[in-house]
Each structure stands twice: as structure tokens, then as C-alpha cells.
Design a protein around this ligand. Structure first.
Ligand SMILES: [Fe+2]
Length: 245
């Protein structure tokens, strides 16, 4: 375990950047995410904190609220509650203007913390850099449309904006039918490169992760559960999430 925790890609140790207690736009712009350790587990505090900076909370119709509390479950009905890893994605990518930021507040870490239940984030410029190193040109990326299948319907959407400054993507709904140079399939390429260059973020109870939803892809790693023999239920990681502009 010691070796794993010393890996430079795992954002685990309290570094100067992680000792912050304020939303820092410069950090968010540079890294695509920010971690506020020991923020606390109160959802009211989270709402007031976000609004205190003049941001507007994003109302999520499908979840019927401004804040979503979810726990990993053995019989999940939502993607966020599944034990298996989620695909790399941006939130609300089918909306014309997806929310800019995501706040993920850890209420209860994964039972197998810190090895399971991580959050993984990839900054768009690192991803574009990696893709172009595979021989795919930036002009090709500007034109690139991904095909999605959702509720039996097919949607096509540009992966990047014209400036290659923002991304919309959801691996789980994307069909892997676009072949680039050298027989590279775009979905495989994004997934494999993202896995190799992402930051692994380990949150403990009370930690708050802020993600820029326009300039990064994010994903949840595999989660575990623990059986509570007295309550006779499986317990997993519990999180609050909110989105804001
Ligand atoms: Fe998400």
C-alpha cells in the first residue's frame, strides 16, 4: 500500500494546494479540479458555501433538486450508485449548456478506502496532447462527432468546441464506431489515454472535490460495500453532489 500511496498520480497527501479552504478559480482553471480537505459533511454548508461566492446552483430536473445524495449500492438504479467503475464523462453533456462546476462532498468514504471509490479527473489539454501524440491532428479533433445511443435514439455531438477549450462526452452511451488513423477507435483511445494520465483523487469523510465540468472528464473508480450484520444491509460510499455556474 505504501508504494501505491507514493505514486505521484494519486492526489492523496495534503499538499499546499489541498490545504485551501476557498474556491480558487486560478487553481480550477489550471488543474481542472480543486480539493478542499476537511470541509465537513453538511449539505447546508455546501449550498451556502457555493452561493456565498456568487455562483448559482444548477437545478437538476431528473433528480428533482439542487443537491443529490447518493450511496453506492449492490442493486443500483443510477449510474452514480453502481459498484462498477463509471466511464469517463462530463455531466449533463446532452444539454446545450451543461453546468460549469461539480461539487462532490464525501460523507462516508468507501469501505475499502483509499484503494476503492476514487474519483479520477483528466484535464482536456493533457488529453488532447496525448491524442495528438497518437497521430490524430487537431483539425480532425475539431470536426470529430461522437455518436450516442440513449433510450433507443441516436444522437451525434461534437466532442470538442471549435477552440478545443471545452469537451462534452459520455463513454457509457457512446458507440465505438469511429475509426481514426492507424485503426484507432476513438472511444477506446479516450478511455485508455484517460486512464493512463488521470489524477486519482482519494476523498475521506468531509473532503470536498470541485471539478470543472467544461475542461475535464471525470470518472468514479470501482467501489466496494461492507455488510452490516446488525442492520442486515450493505453499506457503501456516500456522497453529496451539486452543480453550479
Ligand atoms: Fe459525473
Amino acid at each position: 500500500m505504501r508504494d501505491l500511496l507514493q505514486d505521484k498520480n494519486i492526489t492523496y497527501f495534503p499538499s499546499r494546494l489541498q490545504m485551501q479552504s476557498k474556491i480558487d478559480r486560478k487553481v480550477l482553471d489550471k488543474f481542472g479540479f480543486q480539493i478542499l480537505r476537511n470541509f465537513g459533511t453538511s449539505s447546508e454548508k455546501l449550498k451556502n458555501f457555493i452561493m456565498g461566492y456568487g455562483y448559482r446552483l444548477f437545478y437538476t430536473e431528473s433528480l428533482n433538486g439542487w443537491l443529490h445524495t447518493f450511496e453506492t449500492q449492490t442493486d443500483a438504479t443510477e449510474l452514480s450508485e453502481e459498484l462498477e467503475p463509471g466511464g469517463f464523462h462530463t455531466d449533463f453533456m446532452f444539454q446545450k449548456e451543461p453546468p460549469r462546476y461539480i461539487a462532490l462532498q464525501c460523507i462516508k468514504p468507501d469501505p475499502k478506502y483509499p484503494l476503492y471509490g476514487r474519483n479520477q479527473v483528466v484535464k482536456i489539454d493533457n488529453l488532447i496532447n496525448a491524442i495528438t501524440k497518437c497521430g490524430v491532428g487537431k483539425d480532425q479533433l475539431r470536426e470529430l462527432q461522437i455518436e450516442y445511443v440513449l433510450n433507443g435514439k441516436i444522437y451525434k455531438q461534437n466532442l470538442f468546441d471549435d477552440d478545443l477549450k471545452s469537451i462534452k462526452y459520455h463513454q457509457k452511451f457512446a458507440s465505438n464506431n469511429i475509426v481514426l488513423n492507424d485503426d484507432l477507435k476513438i472511444i477506446e483511445l479516450i478511455n485508455n489515454l484517460s486512464l493512463s494520465i488521470c489524477e486519482d483523487i482519494v476523498l475521506k469523510s468531509g473532503d470536498l472535490l470541485l471539478i470543472d465540468n467544461h475542461t475535464t472528464l471525470h470518472r468514479r473508480s470501482e467501489c466496494s460495500v461492507r455488510y452490516d450484520f446488525e442492520k442486515r444491509i450493505f453499506e457503501g460510499r456516500k456522497m453529496n453532489s451539486a452543480r453550479f455556474n
